[in-house]
Design a protein around this ligand. Structure first.
Ligand code: MN
Length: 376
């Protein structure tokens, strides 16, 4: 039997790939040979990039004693040529893979965990420079790229200012956060300045996964290796969204628009049970936990405030289910480049069994509306 540490040390590619959900058989040049038939304009809405400055931060952390699970992931990223190259590239390979797959546009976002491992000052500064960098990329390729801005929840007041700058000055298309920050979630009232800024600007917030903070990540990881994209990301991100719903964030900010990837991180499947439990458990158990009773059923916030994307979930059964539960206006196409395959995702969308008009909404129309992307 191979010792687990030896195994991990000898398979860093497999580790980063498995933890992130990347297809390990992917090669440097082609993704898949067959090209999908073009039907709809395709705007892919959860597409990762790295800024050189972000990579430098993680290179410094590579040799540090930091024990954050995402730092551990980055140690392997940095030694995995293909992922790092594809994250940094926006001028060459990315565009040719988009062309090969028939993907018209990437809505770019700084790859997880963004700036959220850093201290408040460094995170705030890196978010601002990454947003400037992203705005320049979009300026060079306005027909191929749009982008979600980053901010550092470590300092909510400065985060609110950066959100305003990113949307009004840099004309970015929305904002992204990689779930929890220093073990805190957005049900915490200290983050309300962030929601005030987002709703004043009518800007959507994409809540993207990262690994659970310790000690929970270790419970996902020990013996079964379920951290990362196979299960841990979904556990972390669905927890984040549920904390916001049950704590009443959407009662305080009824116009707040949240986006969840991966077909809603399992939440659309859970609507009946969350409502049943909320309505049948003694009212005071939720009230005493969060200090209030919700104005509506939990599922109603999912259906009104949340839009999901198809990132990394290329299965028509789930698409049909989510379309039925959330409606055609609350689902958007995404790939999760460079962690998953572009041709496969595009083929999945172009062969969707849903009505044509709804496919148009999912492939591009909803993204154009929610993120104010010019129609082609
Ligand atoms: Mn992703």
């Amino acid at each position: 039997m191979i010792d687990r540490r030896e195994f991990i040390a000898s398979s860093s590619l497999a580790l980063s790939a498995a933890a992130l959900g990347t297809v390990t058989a992917g090669t440097a040049n082609a993704e898949q040979p067959a090209q999908p038939k073009r039907k709809y304009r395709l705007i892919a809405t959860e597409e990762a990039f790295a800024s050189p400055e972000q990579v430098e931060y993680f290179r410094k952390a590579e040799n540090s004693a930091w024990t954050d699970p995402d730092i551990e992931l980055w140690r392997h990223f940095l030694n995995t040529g293909i992922l790092l190259r594809r994250l940094l590239d926006v001028e060459q390979e990315r565009l040719s893979i988009m062309d090969q797959a028939g993907v018209d546009m990437h809505l770019l976002s700084l790859t997880s965990p963004g700036v959220q491992c850093l201290n408040a000052d460094a995170g705030t500064a890196l978010a601002a420079s990454a947003n400037d960098y992203l705005a320049e990329i979009i300026k060079r390729h306005p027909d191929r790229y749009a982008g979600l801005g980053s901010f550092a929840p470590q300092d909510p007041a400065r985060a609110a200012k950066e959100i305003d700058r990113a949307i009004t000055k840099l004309k970015l298309n929305g904002m992204i956060v990689n779930s929890s920050t220093n073990k805190e979630y957005f049900d915490n009232r200290k983050f309300y300045p962030i929601f005030e800024a987002l709703t004043a600007l009518d800007a959507a917030l994409y809540i993207h996964p990262r690994n659970m903070p310790e000690p929970w990540n270790d419970m996902l990881k020990a013996d079964v290796y379920l951290w990362g994209a196979i299960w841990g990301f979904q556990a972390e991100t669905s927890l984040h969204a549920m904390r916001m719903i049950i704590s009443g964030v959407f009662d305080d900010f009824p116009k707040l628009k949240v986006v969840l990837g991966h077909m809603g991180e399992g939440i659309p499947y859970w609507l009946y049970r969350m409502d049943w439990m909320y309505l049948h458990n003694p009212a005071d158990v939720y009230k005493s936990a969060s200090g209030r009773r919700l104005k509506r059923k939990p599922s109603e916030y999912v259906q009104d405030n949340i839009t999901i994307t198809t990132s990394g979930m290329n299965t028509h059964d789930v698409l049909e289910f989510c379309h039925k539960v959330l409606g055609p206006d609350h689902v958007m196409f995404a790939i999760d480049y460079p962690y998953q395959e572009s041709v496969e995702a595009a083929t999945f969308m172009q062969t969707s069994p849903l009505p044509e008009a709804d496919n148009e909404k999912i492939a591009h129309g909803n993204a154009e509306r929610l993120f104010r992307i010019p129609t082609a």
